[in-house]
Design a protein around this ligand. Structure first.
Ligand code: NAD
Ligand code: UD1
Length: 340
């Protein structure tokens, strides 16, 4: 079975390529390097032990996407490609709507003309919106709107896929709602490689640990949580990658529409995260409390029961392992991937 991995040069996609190869799948990777580079592909090939085909294409280009499907016999698509910076999406919303929606529509058109009927989509816990009860459960309806244009693209793509399943018998769409992916491959060869100053907690903390940034700013210590800082469901990227392999089994059962959380079911506070990372890097990391960040929710985590029941998948790696692996990646590659 051959899987087209879009965005496979990126953070989650590269880790998933390795797990797919391990599980015996053939893969083809397509990425335009909007947020990644060829070195990530080279290292992923090395870790996977396979020189899998790579195509540099912008998936919003309908003709190029059709040609990709002409060239390879694809059985299923795992669609990671997309722009994902929440703050940036508020500044350039049209770029986000254009890139994330058009790339998905272009893939769906190419799939239709080549009779490919299996699609796995990288959605996000953000679709539950600010009012959903915690833990987030798949039975909870999605919000009418999310907190950002980025989140709205996820919501809209979920609707597109739901409609396509209704209209196209035999079409299978798995919507995987990720919680907070962190961690890196245990080799320290690949990991998250953000552009500029990171917005997300883990890469920011890692850059303080390696001396690129001076101080961690903890956004809010007056939330109604045990230590006053926000709680999130951090999930190791390798566990998340394995969740995609499990989802392929569901596709083989002709699941139609299948929606599933990928999280651990456990909330960890910002302070706990900083302390765990300090242990991994062997020094107390400097932090200060700062005002709350607009749009942040105090606490949310996944109800992981449905994933366990339906996919037989459970996240196995704990917070310390996530921090140890990020530290290995960051300390081996303080400047991220070398530029080509
Ligand atoms: P990433 O930026 O590392 O990977 C996305 C990849 O898609 C990049 O390599 C980028 O170059 C590529 N890409 C973007 N637009 C493209 C286009 N038009 N054509 C071809 N390639 C294109 O991000 P990631 O963290 O690996 O996230 C993967 C997916 O998971 C994204 O869809 C993201 O929205 C979703 N997601 C991520 C998180 C997270 O915290 N990382 C959480 C929830 C959902
Ligand atoms: C954010 C996005 C979410 C996206 C996810 C992963 C919002 C509202 N949500 O989630 O849609 O899927 O990123 O890309 O933007 N923190 C600090 N200091 C920092 C950075 C973060 O204290 O320098 C805190 C935040 O306030 C939050 C926690 O750490 O409480 C996690 O933040 P972050 O890693 O940005 O993820 P989310 O906000 O949960």
């Amino acid at each position: 079975m051959t899987i087209l991995v879009t965005g496979g040069a990126g953070y989650i996609g590269s880790h998933t390529c390795i797990e797919l190869v391990k599980a015996g799948y053939d893969i083809v990777v397509a990425d335009d390097f909007a947020n990644s580079c060829m070195e990530a592909v080279r290292r992923t090939r090395k870790l996977a032990g396979v020189e899998f085909p790579f195509e540099k294409i912008d998936l919003t280009d309908y003709d190029a996407t059709q040609k990709l499907f002409d060239k390879y016999q694809i059985d299923a698509v795992i669609h990671f490609a997309g722009l994902k910076a929440v703050g940036e999406s508020g500044k350039i919303p049209l770029t986000y709507y254009h890139n994330n929606l058009d790339s998905t529509l272009s893939l769906l058109e190419a799939m239709k003309s080549h009779s490919v009927k299996n699609f796995i989509f990288s959605s996000s816990a953000t679709v539950y919106g600010p009012e959903a009860p915690v833990p987030y459960n798949e039975a909870t309806p999605v919000s009418r709107i999310t907190s950002s244009p980025y989140g709205n693209t996820k919501l809209m793509i979920e609707y597109i896929l739901k409609d396509e399943v209704k209209a196209n018998p035999g079409f299978n769409a798995v919507l995987l709602r990720y919680f907070n992916p962190v961690g890196a491959h245990e080799s320290g060869e690949i990991g998250e490689n953000p552009n500029g100053i990171p917005n997300n907690l883990m890469p920011y903390v890692a850059q303080v640990a390696v001396g690129k940034l001076d101080m961690i700013h903890i956004f809010g210590n007056d939330y109604d949580t045990p230590d006053g800082t926000c709680l999130r469901d951090y999930i190791h990227v390798v566990d998340l990658a394995k969740g995609h392999v499990a989802a392929l089994k569901k596709i083989k059962e002709n699941c139609g529409l299948f929606v599933c959380n990928l999280g651990t079911g456990k909330g960890t506070s910002v302070l706990e995260m900083v302390k765990a990372f300090s242990k991994s890097c062997g020094k107390d990391l400097p932090y200060e409390f700062a005002p709350r960040r607009e749009g942040d929710l105090p606490a949310f985590w996944a109800d992981p029961a449905f994933a366990k029941e339906q996919l037989g998948w459970v996240a196995e790696k704990g917070i310390q392992e996530m921090c140890d692996d990020v530290w290995r990646w960051q300390s081996k590659n303080p400047a991220g991937f070398p530029q080509d």
